[in-house]
Design a protein around this ligand. Structure first.
Ligand code: PMP
Length: 395
C-alpha cells in the first residue's frame, strides 16, 4: 500500500477550487490598517485577530527594525542555549508585571506554548479536563503529554463536574479552557469553573489568547473581566492577536514557570522568538498598558456590530467579544455567503467542521479598534443585502 494513495484520491479541495469557492491560503497583497488588497481587490479586513490594529502601528515596526539592526534577523538558537536576548528577558519581566504574576516565559508561537506548557505539566497518570471547543493546540499538547483526556461539553458546568468525578481517584487534574473561545467569541464561565476547581482540588489553565489586551479594565483578559484572576493558576496567551506580533507566553508562580522552562520541549528544541517579534511585542505591551482608549473603541465597535447584525436578524450566537460569528448552518451555504462577501469587498473567514461541529458552520468575523464607523456601516449594509439574497434573514 502506497502511503501517498490517500493524497492522490483526495478531491474535496479540487472540487472547491473548480467551483471558485476555495477560501484558504489566499495571499494578502497589501495591508493598510483594516484595509487589504486580495486578488487585486480592495477589501475591508474582518478576518484578522489584530484586535487593537497594532500589527500596522509604526511604533511596533520601529521597535522591530531597531531590534533587527542590533541583533539581526534571527537568534539562530534555542532559548536554552544561545537564543536568549535581553529583549526576551525584558518581555518576560514586563509581562509578569502586567499580568500580576510572579513569572512569565515566552515561546516562539502560541501553538508551541500550548505544546510545551501542557506536556511539561501533565504526565501519564494525570488527567486533562478540557472544554470541547478549546483551540487545537491544547488538544495536541494533551496528546503529547500522553495523559488521560476528558472533554466536557462546551461551557457546560454539569458536564465539567461529571468529568471531575470521573477522573481516577488521586490523579492530578488540570482544567483547561480558552478565556474567549476563538471561533464563536463567547466567554468561559470562569466563576463556576473556579468554584469547581476548588471543590475538586484541581488546577486551572486559561488560554486567553483572544482575551488579553481586549477584555478587562486594564486589558488583563477574561479573568480580570470576570473578577476571578486569582483563581487562574496558569494564564497563557499569544502575541499574534491583540499584540500584533508573533509568539506565545505563560505566566504563573515562579516554581511552575521555572519547571515549564526546563521541561517544555517546544521551547528547548526550537529556535527562540525573533528579535523583531520580541521587540514588537514589548512595544505592543507598552501601548496596551498606556492606551486603554483602544480597548474602549473596540468595545464600542463590538456593541454596534452585535446590535446591528442582530437587528438585521442574523444569529450571532453567544458572542460578547470582537469575534462575532454569523451562524449560517450548512457547508455549501457558508462557502456561498463567504464568496459573495469577498466579491463585495468584505474579507471574512468561513469556518466549517472540524473547527466547529458539523451543522454549526459559521462566517467568523473579527473587529479591530482601527476600523472606522463608516467601514462597519458599509459592512452591515453588505451583510444585509447578501443575507437577504441567501434567505438567511427575512424580507
Ligand atoms: N490558543 C488559542 C486560543 C488560539 O486561538 C491560537 C491561535 N489562533 C493559539 C493558541 C495559537 O497561537 P499562535 O497563532 O500564536 O500559534
Amino acid at each position: 500500500m502506497d502511503i501517498f494513495n490517500k493524497c492522490m484520491s483526495w478531491d474535496e479541495i479540487k472540487k472547491l477550487r473548480a467551483n471558485d469557492t476555495y477560501p484558504y491560503f489566499m495571499p494578502i497583497q497589501e495591508k493598510r490598517g483594516p484595509e487589504v488588497i486580495v486578488q487585486n481587490q480592495n477589501m475591508i479586513m474582518l478576518g484578522a485577530n489584530d484586535y487593537l490594529g497594532l500589527s500596522g502601528d509604526a511604533r511596533l515596526t520601529q521597535g522591530a527594525v531597531e531590534a533587527m539592526q542590533r541583533y539581526g534577523t534571527s537568534t539562530c538558537g534555542s532559548r536554552f542555549l544561545s537564543g536568549t536576548l535581553p529583549l526576551h528577558l525584558e518581555l518576560e519581566t514586563q509581562l509578569a508585571e502586567f499580568l500580576n504574576r510572579e513569572s512569565a516565559i515566552v515561546f516562539s508561537t502560541g501553538y508551541q506554548m500550548n505544546l510545551g506548557v501542557i506536556s511539561a505539566i501533565l504526565g501519564r497518570n494525570d488527567v486533562a479536563i478540557v472544554d470541547r471547543q478549546v483551540h487545537a493546540s491544547i488538544v495536541d499538547g494533551v496528546q503529547l503529554a500522553s495523559c488521560k483526556l476528558l472533554r466536557f461539553r462546551h461551557n457546560d458546568m454539569n458536564d465539567l463536574e461529571a468529568k471531575l468525578n470521573a477522573a481516577p481517584k488521586g490523579a492530578g487534574k488540570l482544567i483547561i479552557v480558552d478565556g474567549v473561545f476563538s471561533m464563536e467569541g463567547d466567554i468561559a464561565d470562569l466563576k463556576a469553573i473556579a468554584a469547581l476547581k476548588q471543590q475538586y482540588n484541581a488546577r486551572l489553565l486559561v488560554d486567553d489568547a483572544h482575551g488579553i489586551g481586549v477584555l478587562g479594565p486594564n486589558g488583563r483578559g477574561t479573568g480580570e473581566h470576570l473578577g476571578v484572576e486569582s483563581e487562574i493558576d496558569l494564564i497563557t496567551g499569544t502575541f499574534s492577536k491583540s499584540f500584533g506580533s508573533l509568539g506565545g507566553f505563560v505566566a504563573g508562580d515562579t516554581d511552575i514557570i521555572d519547571y515549564i522552562q526546563h521541561w517544555g520541549r517546544s521551547m528547548i528544541f526550537s529556535t527562540s522568538m525573533t528579535p523583531a517579534s520580541a521587540a514588537a511585542s514589548l512595544k505592543a505591551l507598552e501601548i496596551i498598558r498606556l492606551e486603554p482608549e483602544l480597548r474602549s473603541t473596540l468595545k464600542e465597535h463590538t456593541q454596534n456590530m452585535l446590535t446591528g447584525l442582530q437587528k438585521l436578524g442574523f444569529d450571532t450566537g453567544h458572542s460578547e467579544t470582537p469575534i462575532i460569528p454569523i451562524h449560517v448552518r450548512g457547508e455549501l451555504k457558508t462557502f456561498l455567503f463567504w464568496n459573495k462577501l469577498m466579491k463585495a469587498g468584505i474579507y471574512t473567514n468561513p469556518v466549517i467542521s472540524p473547527a466547529v461541529q458539523e451543522g454549526c458552520e459559521i462566517i467568523r468575523t473579527s473587529l479591530m479598534a482601527t476600523h472606522t464607523p463608516e467601514q462597519l456601516d458599509l459592512t452591515l449594509h453588505i451583510f444585509e443585502q447578501i443575507g437577504r439574497e441567501l434567505e438567511l434573514i427575512g424580507g
